[in-house]
Write a protein that binds this ligand. Structure first.
Ligand SMILES: Cc1cc2nc3c(=O)[nH]c(=O)nc-3n(C[C@H](O)[C@H](O)[C@H](O)COP(=O)(O)OP(=O)(O)OC[C@H]3O[C@@H](n4cnc5c(N)ncnc54)[C@H](O)[C@@H]3O)c2cc1C
Length: 447
């Protein structure tokens, strides 16, 4: 049996990125990917990366003419349902083809020394005499194959094939997501009929969790919607949205559907000789369910910790615990806080109130910047608070909505503070999880 330092399940963006980073540090890395090279990354076509992320994450930035490049835009509007008072933020975004970009990351990993076996599907873990993971079994061209590994990383996306195979109590949650924990996303690739309607950026309607954004065709667009529960439910909301939102006249060219985790990250991302990342660990952004770069933030941390563990010869959960601590205290805390706010506010606000918060300026550019991780100046918070008071006085906002917003803020602060107190070692983790579950129970799920 061939042995590796690290076996990665899945050659999506997360797996390929991790493979490259670990191979660069001199480790012997194998990626097993169930799909062929021709099929990897074809689950849908277009995805977005904020331009500033390429340098921060040290990932290749395709430019016009490259196979992975599709388009770029800078203007991002957030709009009320009737689209009368849109707020514009400038944040350069690059639209990329998922298949081509995944291949680019895979090529980079292979050039750095990682081995990728396409058409090789993970089946189960191998365990040593002490019950610790020491490799995998997989199916390749109908034959069962086995590989030894010091660490196995699950980057298998929403299927989370490794994490869900873990024995109970192994150290990472092994429960599957429910329909309430994922976004069913439907993308309509359309052509726009009237040239005056061609897009100069994207528009997001929080009231419907729907958006319209540029696509590779400058005369076209992608109209997207995301909803929990099912595709049928997402279509229902889409029909409602279409009857209200003034979308440009268009013709649908094709429709893509996909799912993305829309729930908290797994509390522990490491166990003895095991690591999980990407959609398999629910590392998507709480604002919109995007997950390519948010996973890479954790993978950057993960690389440092896994590298050190392998070099020191201790790949136990205890030795790799720093991934949990640093992730949960940083991006984890930020996502948890935003999730609590969004769930509380979006669930409470009705149609007229959505209109009012945009019209009155309660939703300001500064508040929207907070969604992309920037801090909110106190004047903006004060202005929002004044707007709420005026809204109640004018009977534009219901007292129940204000109460829900205040509660959401309280829950947001509580969960963020809790994440920032993530235990330094495994001791106290059980109590930490119990308390986090309790807060999440109060936060609830998005409707
Ligand atoms: C419609 C839609 C639009 C989105 N748009 C964006 C966006 O604009 N920006 C953004 O950042 N995110 C976006 N997301 C989310 C993003 O696609 C995911 O967060 C990201 O692709 C997750 O990457 P991953 O590598 O963790 O998982 P995946 O990309 O799912 O890769 C997992 C890989 O594991 C392989 N695998 C699975 N089971 C096995 C097995 N048994 N053996 C071996 N291999 C296996 C799969 O074949 C796959 O190649 C969108 C999601 C959807 C559904």
């Amino acid at each position: 049996m061939k042995n590796y330092d690290l076996i990665i399940i899945g050659a999506g963006t997360s797996g390929a990125y991790l493979a490259q980073r670990m191979a660069r540090r001199g480790h012997k890395v194998l990626v097993i990917e169930q799909l062929s090279r021709a099929k990897v990354g074809t689950k849908y076509d277009i995805f977005h990366i904020e331009r500033r992320e390429f340098d921060r994450l040290d990932i290749p930035r395709p430019v016009e003419g490259d196979p992975a490049w599709a388009f770029e835009f800078e203007k991002n509007y957030n709009a009320d349902p009737l689209t009368l008072y849109p707020k514009c933020q400038t944040n350069p975004i690059v639209g990329l083809h998922m298949h081509e970009y995944t291949l680019l990351l895979c090529d980079r990993a292979e050039e750095t020394g990682a081995e990728i076996k396409f058409g090789c599907a993970f089946e189960d873990f191998l365990y040593d005499d002490s019950g610790k993971i020491c490799g995998v079994t997989a199916k390749q061209r109908g034959r069962q194959v086995s590989f030894g590994a010091r660490i196995v990383a699950d980057c298998s996306g929403m299927a989370a094939v490794g994490r869900l195979k873990l024995p109970d109590g192994y150290g990472v949650e092994n429960t599957p997501l429910t329909d309430e924990d994922m976004f069913y996303v439907i993308l309509r690739y359309v052509t726009i009929k009237n040239p005056e309607d061609y897009l100069d950026g994207s528009t997001f309607w929080a009231a419907y969790k729907a958006w319209i954004a540029p696509c590779a065709d400058p005369h076209g667009a992608i109209i997207g919607i995301g909803a929990c529960h099912s595709f049928e439910y997402a279509e229902q909301i889409y029909a409602e949205m279409e009857s209200v939102v003034p979308l440009p006249e268009h013709e649908v060219v094709r429709i893509e559907r996909g799912r993305t985790p829309y729930t908290r990250n797994v509390y522990s991302m490491v166990a003895d000789n095991f690591f999980v990342s990407g959609d398999a660990g629910n590392l998507t952004k709480s604002v919109n369910g995007e997950g390519v770069t948010s996973a890479m933030v954790q993978l950057k941390l993960g690389t440092e910790v896994l590298d050190r563990a392998l070099k020191l010869g201790d790949t136990s959960r205890k030795a790799m615990w720093a991934v949990n601590r640093y992730y949960n205290m940083t991006q984890g805390a930020e996502f948890a806080m935003l999730r609590a706010l969004l769930v509380g506010v979006v669930n409470a606000v009705n149609f007229d109130e959505f209109q009012y918060v945009f019209e009155s300026g309660i939703i300001s550019d500064e508040l929207l910047n907070a969604l992309s991780g920037q801090s909110v100046p106190p004047q903006a918070l004060l202005a929002a608070a004044k707007g709420f008071v005026t809204g109640i006085a004018k009977k534009k906002l219901r007292t129940s909505t204000i109460k829900a917003a205040v509660l959401a803020l309280k829950n947001a602060v509580e969960i963020m503070t809790h994440y920032k107190r993530f235990p330094e070692t495994e001791d106290g983790f059980g109590q930490w999880c119990a308390k986090a579950d309790e807060i999440y129970e109060k936060i609830g799920k998005i409707k």
